[in-house]
Design a protein around this ligand. Structure first.
Ligand code: DSN
Length: 410
């Protein structure tokens, strides 16, 4: 039907499907959903307006939508053993915004991880609402270990007296000690918000410590390691439930995306299975193996390794910038993103490193054997900086390799 009505968009979707099949996706924040999630997201639930919450909607005809949202909420609560869940945030950014607005006033101080050290835009970057509305201050990582330094974070917290501390990261490959963050927050009288967007799947599977018992607020996205549709969520202690819900609606959002909420519910169900736990274990073992093998080829791995799904690679000894590596790997059919490394001498749009992740390739069923091949491909591609004809040949080989693996989670 789409092909008849809008052949242009139809062809573009087919093109993107081919691209996803024929390339190797190492973007740490991406994944492939199951057919079941796709079915829910592509359903006619997109037709329905449902401003409000189950039982308190501003539109009629929401009885079925209410059931869907309640199921999504209950599953999320069970998955993370939380008091209260809100499944309406359109993305992680809205989840963070709603948490801040639920208990803070403009100009209050928030202490978050510096974007340049691995934090996220919404953790107080000056170019983001979080740094415009609030007085944002930052912690980073230790110059020697390239890891979080909790004594230093305490020192900064005592000096800056934030109303809220935000922990969690976009490119941090190590375990985050949420308990220590909560002790720091308690010492300075701050709320703690843990943004688990990247590691939600690992936490759901019990493979990374959970922040739920330590933080008043937990935010996340559903589409990274959690392998659901694109979207956000909030977990909070019961005493903040109504403030958080009001901050989402009517605070910053109107009608929720009900088709996406249904997709989230399906993904939460999938995340409760034993096969999901095996999948998450495989993500970590693949990531550790990849970091080790890259190091053997003289790639400098930031922090010396990884505990989660992602690896940060410092390319300075390879005499190539992050942006150049991203471009050349992209041309070869390996998708990555350039990434600042801690204390990066280059600006973030150029960057000295790349970030790679194993969530997506693990969904496709890849393991050690395939990772060996991918590392060979990376090595080859980076050596073809001035050799477009070799790069084209390599692209064909990568296409043949990638096309053997399905792109739907099963
Ligand atoms: N853009 C996401 C990432 O790639 O990490 C964070 O929101």
């Amino acid at each position: 039907m789409l092909g008849k009505i809008d052949p242009v968009i139809s062809e573009l979707i087919k093109g993107e499907t081919r691209r996803e099949k024929e390339t190797v996706n190492l973007i740490a924040s991406e994944n492939y959903v199951s057919r079941a999630v796709l079915d829910a997201v592509g359903s006619l639930l997109t037709n329905k307006y449902a401003e409000g919450y189950p039982g308190k909607r501003y539109y009629d005809g929401c009885n079925i939508i209410d059931r869907i949202e309640l199921i999504a909420r209950q599953r999320l609560i069970k998955l993370f053993n939380a008091d209260h869940a809100n499944v309406q945030p359109h993305a992680g950014s809205q989840a963070n915004m709603a948490v801040y607005l639920s208990v803070l006033k403009p100009q209050d101080t928030i202490l978050g991880m510096d974007l340049a050290a691995g934090g996220h835009l919404t953790h107080g970057a000056k170019i983001n609402f979080s740094g415009m509305v609030f007085n944002s201050v930052y912690y980073g990582v230790n110059r020697e270990t390239e890891q979080l330094d909790y004594d230093e974070i305490l020192r900064i917290a005592e000096e800056t007296k934030p109303r809220m501390i935000v922990c969690g990261a976009s490119s941090y490959p190590r375990i985050i000690d949420f308990k220590k963050f909560s002790e720091i927050a308690k010492k300075v009288g701050a709320y703690l918000c843990a943004d688990i967007a990247h590691i939600a799947g690992l936490i759901a599977a019990g493979l990374h410590p959970s922040p739920v018992e330590h933080a008043e607020f937990v935010t996340g996205t559903t589409h990274k390691t959690l392998r659901g549709p694109r979207g956000g969520f909030i977990l909070c202690q019961s005493r903040f439930a109504s403030q958080v819900d009001r901050a989402i609606f009517p605070g910053i959002q109107g009608g929720p995306l009900v088709h996406v909420i249904a997709g989230k519910a399906v993904a939460f169900k999938e995340a409760m299975t034993r096969s999901f736990v095996s999948y998450q274990k495989k993500i970590i073992s693949n990531s550790r193996y990849m970091a080790c093998e890259l190091a053997k080829r003289n790639y400098r791995i930031v922090t010396g390794g990884t505990d989660n799904h992602l690896i940060l690679i410092d390319l300075r000894n390879k005499k190539i910038t992050g942006i150049a590596a991203q471009q050349i790997l992209g041309e070869a059919g390996i998708t990555v993103n350039r990434n600042a490394i801690p204390f990066d001498p280059l600006p973030p749009n150029i960057a000295s490193g790349i970030r790679v992740g194993t969530a997506a390739i693990t969904t496709r069923g890849m393991g050690k054997k395939e990772i060996d091949r991918i590392i060979n491909f990376i090595d080859e591609a980076l050596s073809y900086q001035n050799n477009p004809s070799q790069l084209r040949l390599l692209r064909k080989r990568i296409k043949a390799f990638a096309s053997q693996f399905p792109i739907h989670a099963r």
